[in-house]
Design a protein around this ligand. Structure first.
Ligand code: UDP
Ligand code: MG
Length: 318
């Protein structure tokens, strides 16, 4: 192990951890050699995002093993992957910052590819998963394809793979990210917006060996909504313009029905059509209220000024 003076840190690796007791040791066994190979001064920051398993004691023992390499942040509750990364960003000392998952889906041996791109002069380097095909469930693969497409259209952020968390950022970008106040954000998209010269590079992607994905369908929908409302007002515009258009059409329809009523007399046959139309409008209204609610919620969170997360303990490397 390289036990050199690491006051000048080149590289900080930030890893969010939520119930990863089974993978942490395997991760560190691969991560440390992969980082040593780079010949840079590095540090690794783990944020324990309110794990309910033994992740925290395991992290502590890993830190004892590599005291001058590892910094630990412990949340008092679960604040989500992106807040965990944010807390890691608050601690980084390196001039380049890497994020990756703790579940070994992002192979540590691929980090060098990101560094190469940073050395070429890019300030944000996203990984996109190469062999995702074989490893992820097809429903998830297609959902994320569709979401990627809609997101790129709506937010003007074009990323091949928004879900891959193996990414590299130059320090000034990370400093800008930590200055934001949003409580629900999506760090890759935020970084892309702040980047001067972003790029992407293909990285390997492995199947989760232990445990299962921490994301339920609900959380995936949440993240997607965060992406849409956090980076664009387009959904609001679509809704208001669409709403106006629909109102106009329904006005014309009502007028037409009124004329028919006067000319032909009462017609019971059209009742179900009316029901259908009514249900349609109710659906539109509810969606609209939901979208407006998303923005109100975000505004509320931002102005309430509450801390984004609460740190119980920070254990700095020596
Ligand atoms: N994670 C976290 N907090 C959460 C959920 C996940 O810190 O509330 C971490 C998790 O430990 C992992 C990474 O975020 O390191 C990605 O999570 P996961 O593998 O469950 O997501 P997926 O790969 O299925 O998108
Ligand atoms: Mg994963």
């Amino acid at each position: 192990m390289t036990e050199q003076n690491i006051s000048n840190v080149d590289l900080s690796v930030v890893i969010p951890v939520y119930n990863e007791e089974k993978t942490l040791r395997k991760l560190i066994e691969r991560l440390i050699p992969a980082l040593d190979k780079l010949g840079k001064n590095y540090e690794v920051i783990f944020t324990n995002d309110g794990s309910r398993d033994d992740s925290w004691p395991i992290l502590k023992s890993i830190q004892q093993q590599f005291p001058n390499r590892i910094t630990l942040v412990d949340f008092n509750a679960n604040y989500g992957q992106h807040m965990a990364i944010m807390a890691g960003f608050d601690q980084v000392r390196g001039s380049v910052v890497i994020t990756m998952d703790a579940d070994l889906q992002n192979p540590p041996e691929e980090i060098y590819k990101l560094i190469e791109k940073i050395d070429e002069g890019y300030d944000v380097v996203g990984g996109y998963r190469a062999n995702r095909h074989e490893n992820d469930h097809f429903v998830r693969r297609y959902c994320s394809k569709i979401m990627n497409y809609i997101r790129s259209k709506i937010t003007n952020i074009s990323m091949i793979d928004q879900g891959c968390m193996l990414r590299a950022y130059k320090r000034p970008i990370v400093d800008l990210i930590t200055q934001t106040v949003e409580t629900s954000t999506f760090i890759p998209a935020l970084a892309f917006k702040l980047a001067g010269k972003p790029t992407e590079v293909e990285v390997k992607h492995e199947q989760r060996v232990e445990g299962q994905s921490n994301y339920s369908v609900y959380e995936l929908i949440r993240v997607t909504l965060d992406l849409f409302t956090g980076f664009s007002l387009f959904p609001l515009h679509v809704f208001s313009i669409g709403g106006l258009f629909i109102s106009f059409l329904s006005f014309v329809l009502c007028f037409y029905l009124m004329v028919r009523r006067l000319v032909i007399g009462p017609e019971a046959d059209g009742m179900f059509t009316l029901f259908a139309i009514l249900f349609f409008f109710i659906g539109v209204c509810i969606t609209g209220i939901g979208i407006v609610g998303e923005y109100v919620g975000r505004t509320y969170q931002a102005i309430s000024g509450r801390p984004r997360y609460i740190v119980r303990e920070i254990s700095h490397r020596s």
